[in-house]
Unconditional design. Structure first.
Lengths: 209, 481
């Protein structure tokens, strides 16, 4: 290379039509590469099987006594069904000032219209709470803290609710998040409906409108 | 092409073999000389210089043990946990291979953190070594991805819920977040699809990237030459040593001098490494968390979840970013803008630009949830490392010749980093049980630590110029022994 006499090499004049074709074919190549990448990127999306797995779940709630909580799996997530006692229902009143979104107006996890009330429940059975037991912060499952009063990690005037062990968010017995906690939203209320007094359908709410 | 070299037919067999290869593959010998026998490293390396080669050793351990683990592991949500137990109980030597791999993960971070701290102390990232440092930071990032995805594979409770939390971090990004999290998981919750793709990334994609980056890190290092504890450029010093008249006088060939030297470091390291493998593979729940001995249950989160120790400083910063922290950041930005107006001797247009940028930043801080800013803070804590070569403006490269009080700044930085590490392992909420100290929460202390961490880097252009550096000698300090 370097031992070739420098004088014999004269650069050819720039051929602009050749350059145009080089640019055009490079662009075509880039478009082809993008087209080729598409199936690879889309393969990251949930598969048809994963999408189909979101079927509604039917639950028998006849044996659920006041104060008891039941967890069922819907779309791979825990759904809590809790029959709250009258005392527990009473704790929901007067908390508005301490809650981040007392009337469930935020839209990140939209609350169905029929649950946009203080109990966050359908009017047929206002004492029955149905929520997805996944913290709206980073997806941990909060734990039950039904015992009232002072205890570790909770305020001294605790009236019962749920506590997320991961980052300390607290929720009242209607799944409403308290202020100044990492979780921005109330616990999600899934679509649900009563097939009868003893049978609950989670995942669909069209049956009874 | 180089000329074909003839050799006497009476030459010894070794010389003939060497000649045969040298005529056909001269690159082999040229590269060996460039990177080993004629790579002149400063002669004053101290023990901090062990950690680079130790990181290579741990990488080799991880690759070899990983290859053997994949022979028995099943990346299937229904079988993964069981197959890990099978490796531990039924595969001959399986426990040993797995404990080497799990201890190797923690050892990798120990070694890499010390290696990075070495760079910080001696200014190894300063011109012309910026790219060496940047490749190193990219290695650190790839290593974090590798460790995170590997941690899902045993499919224990901590694997599952750790992945759930970290993948959900991405959903905090405005607009694209929820879709991005869905693409990462491949399902609406962490599940079989997630496990399979993390397995693919952990065993193929990220290791390939990691090896490529390690090669780039070393090639760039060998182009510019190693720094040393004095931060003196040996290439600028006198020339000529007993091996070559052109080599730096203060340089010695990497092989055999440092290759043999590193054997000492390797021996000590392996003693500690195998002590852990044999006697404390779980390391009291810090290397292998106890909750991970319970199979993943999507319906129940363990009472206390925390990442493995090497992620906890960054996890603490995430938890510290609450609404309070966002307000504090707004105040700090406002103060910086006001201070800039009063103090900065720069054009008015620049001041107005800075004020507008500050106001936009405050508006953005208040618009998006603190959850999103937590993710930004956590990511920023790693990304800020990339900018270190341009943040440090000290006239002296090495800590040895900086003003003495700089050592205290570094010490406080390290202490805060360790405090953040401990806080990240602990449960959120009050640190002490006493009611009078209930205000002193984990998040509050972590917030102070986070501000210090970022202050260390972001204020470095100012504090690193303060004080009088000590005179830097012409030659490296070296006592023959």
């Amino acid at each position: 290379m370097s031992d070739a006499p420098a004088s014999t090499f004269t650069p050819a004049p720039m051929d602009s039509s050749k350059r145009t074709w080089l640019i055009a074919s490079s662009c075509a190549g880039a478009a082809g590469a993008a087209a080729l990448a598409t199936p690879f990127v889309t393969s990251f999306a949930p598969s048809e099987r994963a999408k189909a797995a979101g079927a509604a779940v039917e639950v028998d709630i006849a044996s659920l006594k006041p104060g008891e909580k039941l967890t069922v799996e819907w779309r791979g997530k825990p759904v809590w069904i809790m029959r709250r006692t009258p005392e527990q229902m009473a704790t929901l009143k007067g908390l508005d000032g301490q809650l981040a979104d007392p009337n469930s107006e935020r839209t990140a996890f939209p609350t169905p219209d029929y649950a946009r009330n203080e109990a966050r429940a359908r009017q047929e059975h206002p004492e029955l709470l149905v929520v997805v037991g996944i913290c709206t912060h980073l997806g941990c499952s909060p734990v039950d803290k039904f015992q009232t009063g002072a205890q570790p990690s909770l305020p001294d005037d605790w009236k019962g609710g749920f506590f997320c062990p991961c980052h300390g968010s607290t929720f009242d017995l209607a799944g409403r998040v308290f202020k100044n906690k990492p979780a921005p939203d109330n616990l999600e209320v899934p679509p649900y409906a009563y097939l009868s007094d003893a049978r609950l359908l989670i995942g669909e709410d069209k049956k009874q409108g | 092409m180089a000329e074909f070299k003839e050799i006497s037919p009476n030459a010894p067999l070794g010389a003939k073999l060497h000649n045969w290869f040298d005529n056909r593959f001269p690159t082999l010998f040229a590269e060996y000389r460039k990177h080993m026998s004629e790579y002149y490293a400063p002669k004053n390396f101290n023990f901090w210089y062990f950690f680079g080669s130790l990181a290579m050793l741990v990488l080799a351990i991880q690759i070899v043990t990983g290859i053997f683990l994949v022979m028995h592991y099943k990346p299937d949500a229904a079988k993964a946990f069981e197959s890990v137990e099978y490796i531990m109980r039924d595969v001959p030597g399986g426990w040993f291979i797995r404990y080497m791999h799990s201890t190797g993960a923690s050892a990798f971070f120990v070694v890499v953190y010390l290696h990075m701290f070495r760079g910080l102390m001696y200014g190894s990232y300063r011109k012309p070594r910026e790219l060496v440092w940047i490749f190193g930071c990219a290695i650190f990032l790839a290593l974090m991805a590798e460790a995170f995805m590997g941690y899902l594979l045993p499919w224990g409770q901590m694997s599952y819920w750790g992945a759930q939390v970290i993948v959900n971090l991405f959903s905090a990004i405005p607009f694209i977040g929820p879709d991005l999290a869905l693409l990462i998981r491949g399902d609406y919750v962490v599940g079989d699809a997630t496990l399979n793709r993390f397995f693919s990334f952990h065993v193929i994609a990220v290791p390939l990237v990691l090896i490529g980056l390690v090669v780039a890190h070393l090639l760039a290092l060998h182009d510019v030459g190693s720094n040393n504890p004095d931060g003196i450029e040996i290439k600028k010093g006198p020339k000529g040593n007993r091996w070559s008249p052109d080599a730096p006088a203060d340089g010695i060939p990497f092989h055999p001098y440092y290759s043999v030297h590193d054997i000492v470091g390797v021996s000590v390291f392996l003693m500690a490494f195998f002590a852990v493998v044999f006697f404390a593979p779980e390391m009291g729940g810090y290397f292998l968390e106890y909750n991970n001995f319970i199979p993943a249950d999507p319906l129940v989160t363990p009472a206390h979840i925390a990442p493995v120790w090497y992620f906890t400083p960054f996890y603490s910063m995430l938890r510290a970013t609450t609404d309070l922290m966002v307000n504090v950041l707004c105040v700090i930005i406002a103060l910086a803008v006001v201070l800039g107006f009063v103090k900065c001797r720069c054009a008015t247009a620049f001041k107005i630009g800075a004020a507008v940028a500050g106001l936009v930043a405050i508006a953005l801080l208040k618009t998006f949830d603190a959850k999103f800013w937590g993710v930004v803070v956590m990511g920023g804590a790693v990304i800020i490392l990339f900018f270190l070569p341009w943040l440090d403006r000290s006239p002296a490269r090495s800590i040895r010749y900086r003003p003495d009080w700089h050592k205290w700044v570094y010490a406080v930085f390290v202490i805060w980093f360790l405090i953040l590490m401990v806080l990240g392992i602990m449960v959120p909420g009050p640190i002490f049980g006493t009611p009078s100290l209930a205000w002193l929460t984990n998040e509050l202390v972590a917030m102070v630590g986070t501000l210090f961490y970022f202050g260390f880097f972001l204020l470095m252009p100012w504090w690193s110029q303060l004080g009088t550096p000590k005179p830097v000698p012409d030659r490296v300090t070296f006592k023959p022994h």
